[in-house]
Design a protein around this ligand. Structure first.
Ligand code: DLZ
Length: 160
């Protein structure tokens, strides 16, 4: 999983399916919102760049990453082609980090198994704020961009 010194956020639009008819909801955690806003912007701009109609992109805000699962479930119930969950969990001095990371990861896996619509995981799980900054528009790119590319690919897969 090591991506040190690697920026994976470059993509070739010409090789991606068109997002023209896709309806996508972005669920955004408000914890560490200096990070999640950058991830959101990276994802939003990439979806637009890939042809998704702005009126087909919805946003739901939730308090923290733990609530991303409920936010995604509620978006799926309202009928969308795919969901991107966006969060940033940063290691503190307690075990809360582990429980939040585990909870949101298992929850999103469960939703993907239960639904025929993909839920894309854009949750940073970092040791410190600098690592999060580096991956939300810094030296390691913007994981929001990568999540949007994954969403376009997975929604296309779900429709074919
Ligand atoms: C409580 C908590 C802590 C300590 N840290 C984070 C974090 O780094 N990132 C994040 O997204 N959320 C954090 N939370 C909040 C939990 O995700 C959740 O919102 C609360 O436990 C309420 O259910």
């Amino acid at each position: 999983m090591a991506t040190a010194h690697t920026n994976l956020s470059l993509y070739d639009k010409g090789e991606l399916p068109s997002g023209k008819s896709m309806r996508i909801t972005l669920v955004v955690a408000q914890w560490n919102n200096n990070i999640t806003e950058n991830l959101y912007q990276g994802a939003f701009d990439t979806l637009i760049d890939c042809g998704v109609n702005p009126s087909n992109i919805n946003r739901i805000d939730v308090p923290g990453s733990f609530e991303l699962v409920y936010g995604a479930k509620s978006a799926l119930q309202k009928g969308v082609d795919g969901v991107i969950v966006i969060g940033s969990v940063i290691q503190g001095q307690t075990k809360h980090f582990d429980y939040v990371c585990q909870g949101v990861t298992q929850g999103i896996i469960s939703l993907n198994l239960a639904s025929d619509k993909p839920v894309i995981f854009c949750v940073l799980t970092d040791d410190n704020m600098q690592q999060a900054l580096d991956r939300s528009g810094g030296i390691h790119g913007n994981k929001g961009v990568e999540a949007a590319v994954a969403a376009i690919k997975m929604i296309h897969l779900s429709k074919t």
